[in-house]
Design a protein around this ligand. Structure first.
Ligand code: E4P
Length: 217
């Protein structure tokens, strides 16, 4: 499974990119607002740091506007992935932009039928939002499972499932077990993936015992 980080904080991205484990980045208008910097500058900086797909979301809601904004964003760097909302206008724009060779991430997916449409529109990625479904008392992970089943039923559907709105380390594990192609994870959750108390305890014991040997490597 590929790991994307879900943030518009360039310093955090630089930190995580240094691990060599980062396959891409997703941003959204709320994350850009939180960063409080110029959107296109942020995307340019992220694209220079991470060679993988970097999602940049359009603000327009109509087809023409999405195409204009999508083309502008795509010009920033080769690895820009234009993020479009899962609406008829967004799907139409997805078809056009992918036809021009631009990667597209169709976002705000909350049903398997929406994901089926995104794949038929040629989306590079579809983003089902797990956490926001959980927030409604639903089982977000079931959606990942349904989409995996549907996409696996049809060889012609090559859209990658990008598990989004990830809130816990358990979400990452479950998405990987189901076979999501990508998880986009907030930096804090990504960092927490490495943590286990028994790893810390084990290191402590090994280091104490190693000291007793009086040796150097
Ligand atoms: C994905 O591309 C979105 O930016 C993100 O995962 C949304 O997560 P949230 O529901 O925690 O805001």
């Amino acid at each position: 499974m590929k790991f994307f980080v879900d943030t518009a904080d360039v310093a955090e991205i630089a930190d995580l990119a240094a691990t060599g484990l980062l396959d891409g980045v997703t941003t959204n208008p709320s994350l850009v607002a939180k960063a409080g910097r110029d959107f296109k500058t942020i995307i340019r900086e992220i694209c220079a740091l991470v060679p993988g797909p970097v999602s940049a979301e359009v603000a327009a809601l109509d087809y023409e506007g999405m195409i204009t904004e999508g083309r502008t964003l795509a010009k920033i760097a080769k690895n820009v992935t234009v993020k479009l909302p899962l609406t008829w206008e967004g799907l139409k724009a997805c078809k056009t932009l992918t036809g021009e060779g631009t990667m597209v991430n169709v976002t705000l997916c909350f049903s398997a039928n929406q994901a089926l449409l995104a794949a038929k529109a040629g989306a590079t990625f579809v983003s089902p939002f797990i956490g926001r479904l959980d927030d409604q008392g639903l089982e977000g992970m079931e959606l990942i499972s349904e989409i995996r089943t549907i996409y696996d039923n049809y060889e012609t559907l090559s859209t990658q499932i990008l598990a989004a709105s990830i809130r816990t380390v358990n979400h990452v594990k479950q998405a990987a077990m189901i076979g999501a192609d990508v998880s986009t994870v907030p930096p804090a959750i990504l960092k927490a993936l490495v943590k286990h108390p028994l790893t810390d305890k084990g290191i402590e014991t090994f280091m104490a015992d190693w000291k007793k040997t009086g040796q150097k490597i």
